[in-house]
Design a protein around this ligand. Structure first.
Ligand code: NAD
Ligand code: MG
Length: 393
């Protein structure tokens, strides 16, 4: 029996994780859940999964939840405050931590899990993008293991020679090929893309995901963040990382070896596959995902990414090449510009323009070698992006 904490339990990845866990009551016990705002939803999850502890962001939500749990005679402890997420991530009884909070908000608790030596199921790619060296050093220091949840990185991990966890580059690899669906605007005209609405941007043709990552898929910034994530996870240089657009989202990524072999992982686009892979690792467990019917899919297409239509991917590539704190700056600017787009303060095309402006101002900064330096650079990049926004709106 493995004991699990799900950080970001009310999100798209969190709910898929609990769906898989619920299929295996003999294998998994839920210790901790976290929720930022959806208190009704986390209450329902508590009724179903009976966690020992729930962490929420505000004390007033904690009180509401405590009352509802007490009225149902559910003995779940409710925590709030700055240490609540760390507490449920580092609890001694916990084996697996699903890090599925969105954005930079997910970094401190992922770091807590790393320092505590947990097996981290890493969905929060921002931890690696913002603080790759700091996060991996914390994993080494705590003897934590990392299993990738991002479907592409999970696919790559499955195509690598067998080992206990993701970090580090095995020999014999020529390239890692990350597949991208191309998002909802793959074939749209530049004008249509520039003025796309939030509703159009979050309507992903293949994957059902949270709003932030859906917008990132539409700009293809998501693939850019994933290049950076792959660089840290697999220890390969940027020159060995490539993106190939594959609209059907059946091939989730590939590894090319020096002998010319290319290994791929295929499946229907459903995050429960990588989640079940990591939850059960090294065993294979049922996920509830519909089996792949290749004859019904019919064809698999591949094309190069269009860096003119999708400048965010070009920006992420330059960040990967320049190193230093640029990835942290880009991630912070992008969180601010995407939030402003979702609030209809700026146009879709402005997301990349704002990101580029912030990068021009702060992209050569270094975050240093500790988390305080990373969080300071993140804060300054957010301020810079907010100032840029004021000039735009
Ligand atoms: P989501 O928006 O659906 O859920 C986010 C979760 O984080 C929620 O539980 C929310 O309560 C919590 N949260 C948000 N802000 C918070 C804050 N300030 N403090 C504490 N908790 C907070 O997001 P998602 O789509 O599930 O994505 C989660 C992570 O997984 C992201 O890093 C994303 O890039 C990554 N990811 C998601 C998918 C996917 O298919 N959804 C695929 C690959 C990677
Ligand atoms: Mg992905």
């Amino acid at each position: 029996m493995k004991t699990v904490t799900v950080l970001g339990a009310t999100g798209s990845i969190g709910l898929s994780t609990l769906d898989v866990i619920g299929r295996h009551p003999d294998r998994f016990r839920v210790h901790g859940l976290s929720a930022h705002s959806r208190i009704n939803q986390v209450f329902e999850l508590a009724v179903r999964h009976r966690p020992a502890v729930i962490a929420v962001s505000t004390e007033s939500d904690a009180n509401t939840l405590r009352q509802r749990l007490a009225s149902e005679r559910i003995a779940t402890e409710v925590l709030s405050g700055p240490r609540a997420l760390d507490t449920i991530a580092e609890a001694p009884e916990v084996d697996l931590v699903m890090a599925a909070i969105v954005g930079a908000a997910g970094l401190p608790s992922a770091l807590a899990a790393a320092r505590a030596g947990k097996c981290i199921l890493l969905a929060n790619k921002e931890s690696l993008v913002m603080a790759g060296d700091v996060f991996l050093a914390a994993c080494r220091q705590g003897a934590a293991t990392v299993l990738p949840i991002d479907s592409e990185h999970n696919a790559v991990f499955q195509c690598l020679p067998e080992r206990k966890h993701a970090a580090g580059a095995p020999p014999g690899i020529r390239r890692i090929l990350l597949t991208a669906s191309g998002g909802p605007f793959r074939l749209a005209s530049p004008d249509t893309i520039d003025t796309a609405t939030p509703e159009q941007a979050v309507a992903h043709p293949r994957w059902s995901m949270g709003r932030k990552i859906s917008v990132d898929s539409a700009t293809m910034m998501n693939k850019g963040l994933e290049l950076i994530e792959a660089h840290y996870l697999f220890g390969v240089p940027h020159s060995a990382l490539e993106v190939v657009v594959h609209p059907q989202s059946i091939v989730h990524s590939m590894v090319e070896y020096v002998d010319g072999s290319v290994l791929a992982q295929l499946g229907n686009p459903d995050m429960r596959t990588p989640i079940a892979h990591a939850l059960g690792f090294p065993e294979r467990i049922e996920s509830g995902v519909t089996p792949l019917d290749l004859a019904a899919v019919g064809r698999l297409d591949f094309e190069p990414p269009d860096l003119v239509r999708f400048p965010s991917l070009r920006l992420a590539r330059t960040v990967l090449e320049s190193g230093g704190g640029a990835a942290c700056v880009l991630n912070a600017a992008n969180e601010v510009s995407v939030a402003a787009f979702l609030e209809r303060q700026v146009r879709f095309g402005d997301i990349a323009r704002i990101n580029e402006q912030v990068l021009n101002q702060l992209g050569s900064e270094h975050a240093g070698s500790d988390v305080e330096g990373v969080l300071d650079l993140d804060r300054r990049a957010r301020e810079c992006a907010t100032q840029a926004l004021a000039r735009w709106a």
